[in-house]
Design a binder for this molecule. Sequence first.
Ligand SMILES: Nc1ncnc2c1ncn2[C@@H]1O[C@H](COP(=O)(O)OP(=O)(O)OP(=O)(O)O)[C@@H](O)[C@H]1O
Ligand SMILES: [Mg+2]
Length: 242
Amino acid sequence: MIKLNNLTKSYANGQNKAVDDLTWEIKDGEIVGFIGPNGAGKSTTIKMMTGLVLPDSGFVELNGLDITKKPLEAKQQFAYVSDTPDNFLRLKAIEYLNFIADIYQVSEADRNHRITDMAKRFGIMEVLERPIMEFSHGMRQKVMVMGALVHNPSIWILDEPMVGLDPNAAFALKEMMREHAAAGNSVLFSTHVLEVAEKLCDHVGIIVSGHMIFAGTMDELKDHYPSDMSLESIFMEMTKDA
Ligand SMILES: Nc1ncnc2c1ncn2[C@@H]1O[C@H](COP(=O)(O)OP(=O)(O)OP(=O)(O)O)[C@@H](O)[C@H]1O
Ligand SMILES: [Mg+2]
């Protein structure tokens, strides 16, 4: 469960309000798409969820733990995939994955099982001994997703996770997200690919200029529009003044 309570964040000495009084709840068992135009405040919201950016006001609870008051316990609750996979480039992929597994105190048996399983699903078993520096964008993205998931947390928070993934890996990740939510966990991901959000999510949040303009089920959203209208057309309609 993720609870965002009246989150507000400004940049540039208060000149630019990136997120404005945002309240939202993502329940267990839900797979939720977070959509909005470029610069709308998705990554800023996600960074506040994960404790990377401090809100000016408001607070975040992950499985009931306040990310600011109980950062260590709260950080054990979630996996976070950032919007850039260019981290720890000098490490070999396997070194990076073991490093993350060490931080989260994942047992030898569990990490071996999970790393092998995910590497097979993503088709990167053969390159784990190579430095991340030598990887393409999509290969780096796969390693970052694997690192985020290696401690098997209940909450997944993924900022544009499908960017750069080939069709097979994107399919595998979507399948993993579905399985994880179906097992009673929360999955939140931002995306610009509205077809993916439409097919994968039962809930969706739409943010425009720092304001949540819709949060609810895909069916509730579509109820307001003609039945044959796609999420893409609805999104265009809702954001046309932004
Ligand atoms: N580190 C920063 N310093 C100053 N302004 C920032 C910073 N990060 C984000 N912003 C501003 O906050 C606003 C929201 O940006 P954010 O990255 O959250 O948007 P986004 O919805 O993730 O966009 P995109 O779809 O392009 O990823 C933008 O106006 C952006 O310029
Ligand atoms: Mg972003």
